[in-house]
Write a protein that binds this ligand. Structure first.
Ligand code: DGI
Ligand code: FE
Ligand code: FE
Length: 191
């Protein structure tokens, strides 16, 4: 799909602030795709649609998760997690996106997962470091992302887990699984 057509489908779903975030994710994802050898057109499409479902009513998201056979344990965790799989579903059914890599990048952009594909990593990271993000630690992740995709991703996931634990919020197990997978592959001191 052409960029302008995709953006106009997404714009009506989002607030102005979230739309500007989406543009930031799109530009960052294209840069990362070129840097790390991913398909930049797929990165563009996944980025544009990544938060497509962000403002859907919770009841609608819940129904989609149950009816589509998405992991129902999501419903026991923060509702912030739901827009990712629901967004993948709606990008397909409402916007006609068929590409599995693109849909998976949308699906896993919030939780992460073990064995993330290149495009999934790029969208997770672009979402975290786009220029509109200002939380503590983001600058370190931006620096790492100039050189090493996996180190940047591991830092971003660690920051997210710290952030949730600091507030004594539950952490969805797949986020820990993503952390463990990556830290076993590239993390600190071993065995
Ligand atoms: O949709 P965005 O705000 O652009 O970003 P996102 O899709 O990464 O959502 C992030 C929010 O989800 C962030 O505030 C942390 C929150 N969250 C809640 N529970 C979990 C979680 N994030 C992860 N990775 N794992 C959780 O268990
Ligand atoms: Fe999101
Ligand atoms: Fe986002």
């Amino acid at each position: 799909m052409e960029r302008e057509a995709a953006l106009s489908l997404v714009k009506v779903q989002l607030t102005e602030h979230r739309y500007l975030h989406t543009i930031g994710v799109m530009e960052t994802a294209i840069t990362l795709a070129k840097r790390f050898g991913a398909d930049d057109k797929k990165a563009e499409t996944a980025a544009i649609f990544h938060d497509y479902a962000k403002f859907r009513p919770k009841d609608e998201m819940k129904s989609i998760i149950v009816e589509q056979g998405f992991p129902v344990d999501l419903l026991d965790y923060n509702a912030e997690l739901w827009h990712a799989p629901v967004g993948a579903f709606l990008a397909k059914t409402e916007a006609g996106i068929e590409d599995k890599e693109v849909l998976d990048a949308i699906r896993f952009h919030t939780s992460g997962r073990p064995e993330m594909a290149l495009l999934e990593k790029i969208i997770y990271l672009a979402d975290y470091i786009e220029p509109g993000r200002h939380f503590p630690g983001v600058e370190d992740v931006r620096k790492l992302a100039e050189e090493d995709l996996d180190q940047a991703l591991l830092q971003a996931i660690q920051n997210t887990i710290f952030f949730l634990m600091k507030k004594k919020q539950p952490v969805y197990p797949e986020t820990f699984n993503a952390y463990n997978d990556l830290s076993q592959k590239i993390g600190g001191l071993t065995k």
